[in-house]
Ligand binder design. Sequence first.
Ligand code: GDP
Ligand code: IMO
Ligand code: MG
Length: 422
Amino acid sequence: MNTAIVGLQWGDEGKGKIIDILAEKADYIVRFQGGNNAGHTVVVGDREFVFHLIPSGILHKAKTCVIANGVVIDPESLLSEMEYLDKNGIKLKSNLKISELCHIIMPYHRILDKLRESKRTQRIGTTGRGIGPCYADKISRCGIRAVDLLNPNVFKEKLEDNLKEKNEIFKKVYKHPGFDLDQLYNQYFDYGKRISKYICNTTILLQEVVKKNKSILFEGAQGTFLDIDFGTYPFVTSSNTTAGGICNGSGMPPETINKVVGVVKAYTTRVGEGPFPTEFKDELSDIIREKGREFGATTGRPRRCGWFDAVLVKYATSLSGVREVAMMKLDVLDNLKEISVCVSYKYKGKIFRNFPYDFEVLTGAQPVYKTFKGWCSDLSKIHKFNRLPRNALNYLCALEDLILAKIRIVSVGSARSETIFR
Ligand code: GDP
Ligand code: IMO
Ligand code: MG
């Protein structure tokens, strides 16, 4: 049984916690898109781990974690994450595999990411990790892949070609001195050597895994509305975060994905710029940010907060074929007397029940809310679904009807134990 985990909002839904829990039953945990823009938090006892590139299943010693071809890798960030794990007693050996086909984030990608942002009138608010420029090079067919880093001739030729064009652009457009071929070559060839023992053909590896009937957990990063095709473009990331991204991002044919579990927060957050119809406009923003500790796991930026948007989440479940969801952070709403859910948008007198593609409509959309009574009690010690207070059950059942998916997991705290399975 192979399961995929995807985020149904703008990321940070709590995927890390759910991956860590579901990894128990899987043999392989596979990241298929994104890069170190992700920040997935796993809490074990009094320790908190944040993963950026390495799959969140790594804490389970007997499992193999795979960084598949759809992921972009910054070797510096990867090496420092490996060091962080090592310091925390987590040893990496044959339990980590990296696809030869992963594209490599180079320093010129990171710098270009920041320079482009500084030139835009409408900033995206990227994580500044070079994600967009690296994926752009992949599509432009000038990217450097993990397998290229290991071959001195290929790597040098590709790097030379890249710098020839890029140094011109850096100097002329951005007044940046550009990059030295030999220095960059030596540095990155060395990184390649240091990670070479993890690099392999993960496509064949995973196909064998399927043949042997072992189980895979696909770990999505970001969230549906950061998807390059279906998100709030251009305020999105540069990969397909929806379930469709799994096949291209891992080399697994569609029939290998048996189930897609959506991870969604009981309210909404977003980091970075872009439309957010249900964003709080009052002090609730600070109250929820504080109670939910809503600060970015990668950049530390305060996350924007708002009510649950059923228009968005219904669209997200349909895009990824999600029939089961994990409803996260319900405990964050514990003290609220009233809780609202957006059921449609209103724009210039017209009602929109589906996610509008027109940017003007999306940015000007007025949410139409349905309001529910809060439960005003502590949920964190509840372990059974039917023991949840009536008002919490009412809220959850209403959400199920709105998003057309069953709530199978309710999370009421960051710890593994603060999880209700239905
Ligand atoms: P991800 O990017 O989807 O993996 O999510 P992040 O790790 O960036 O952000 C989720 C945050 O919420 C982390 O700090 C988690 O420890 C925390 N968290 C997860 N589930 C719950 C929950 O049910 N309640 C509370 N209060 N915190 C949670
Ligand atoms: P996880 O996996 C939340 C956002 C950035 C920015 C936009 C583009 O932890 O859910 P990028 O650097 O990808 O080009 O930035 O996407 N973003 C995230 N927001 N969680 C994430 O990952 C994110 N990864 C990227 O804030 O708005
Ligand atoms: Mg995160």
